[in-house]
Write a protein that binds this ligand. Structure first.
Ligand code: SF4
Ligand code: SF4
Length: 321
């Protein structure tokens, strides 16, 4: 696959290796009730790819056999649309692991999801939710008309269920990404702005804001190419590369599993078709990895990796430095 992707063929990105695996990130499929401009998985209402129950069982088998993993990080599409989402969450909580749901907020007002907030509360699931701006116009421009108001309603529903409330133990984190080909502003400053604006205007509270850098791949990458901004954006990322961020890029401690059970160093590599390297570059399936120690394994890197190390750095847990 590497050879067929021209911008991935050569890179000066430094070689990195895996540390202890502590997180399994799983994509339950690409179906989503939204169709955002920056979506790096091209998700949308017409996508039909969905993780089956059989693959969910294989994930559970792997988790039971891998005690270093403390967290299952569930993503999509809108992961809640997968029929086996609740079964997977409940089973993983029974094993005693922390669960993160990457929730788009508008899913909470979809038909059939009326009890979703209650379910997430009951299972003590951490929610990481995208809200790329606190201004309606910007959110609707990036994520679709009406998304901002539905997101606000979703956040209010989660707050009412206890999320973000002091001492509730129910964590609600928000995610910011820039509207265009720019680096995110300081996470600390933006978080303070978000907290002030959302509380004053909508009575909304949350725990932390994560700032993420847009990945120059899939829908966002195509948009850059169509506007003639792709090369400049890659150059911006390269110029802002910070070596200190290399120690904490998420692929050091996480593997990403696609809806069919194939394994990658991160979900960006998943979308680029760059499989986890284990002796050969043959695609590896989660069912083959039980009892395989990945520590020290080389991570497959390419030009897009600069989006993780530019400026303050970027990971599924926000800024790195
Ligand atoms: S909500 Fe998330 S998964 Fe769905 S289209 Fe938007 S970015 Fe993609
Ligand atoms: S894009 Fe993936 S492989 Fe590259 S540095 Fe980021 S997390 Fe690691």
């Amino acid at each position: 696959m590497l050879a067929t992707l021209p911008f991935l063929q050569t890179t000066n990105f430094p070689a990195i290796n895996r540390n202890t695996l502590n997180t399994l990130q799983v994509s339950l499929g690409y179906m989503c009730n939204q169709q955002c401009l920056h979506c790096h998985v091209n998700a949308g209402p017409n996508r039909t790819e969905m993780m089956t129950l059989d693959i969910c069982e294989q994930i559970l088998t792997y988790l039971r056999a891998t005690p270093s993993i403390k967290c299952l990080d569930i993503t999509g599409g809108a992961p809640e649309l997968n029929l086996h989402f609740r079964y997977l969450v409940k089973s993983v909580r029974q094993i005693g692991l922390h669960v993160i749901d990457r929730c788009n907020l508008t899913i909470l007002s979809e038909l059939g999801q009326e009890d979703l907030a209650h379910f997430l509360t009951e299972q003590q699931v951490e929610i990481v939710a995208s809200l790329p701006c606190y201004l309606e116009e910007n959110v609707d421009k990036q994520r679709g008309k009406g998304v901002f108001q539905k997101s606000i309603a979703g956040l209010q529903q989660l707050n009412a269920a206890g999320y973000g409330q002091k001492d509730s133990g129910l964590i609600l984190n928000l995610v910011f990404n820039p509207q265009g080909p720019d680096l995110p502003a300081s996470q600390t400053i933006l978080e303070a702005d978000y907290k002030k604006f959302l509380e004053e205007n909508y009575g909304i509270i949350f725990n932390q804001l994560y700032t993420l850098c847009n990945m120059p791949i899939q829908r966002f990458g195509s948009m850059l190419i169509s506007k003639g901004q792709f090369n400049n954006y890659i150059q911006l990322l390269r110029n802002a590369h910070c070596n200190d961020n290399l120690d904490n890029v998420m692929c050091r401690n996480l593997i990403s599993v696609d809806w069919q059970g194939y394994v990658y160093d991160c979900d960006f590599n998943q979308l680029l078709g760059l499989p986890l390297y284990l002796d050969t570059s043959t695609q590896r399936h989660i069912s083959e990895l039980t009892n395989v120690n990945l520590e020290g394994n080389p991570i497959i890197v390419a030009e897009h990796c600069y989006a993780c190390t530019a400026g303050q750095g970027s990971s599924c847990g926000g800024a790195l430095s």
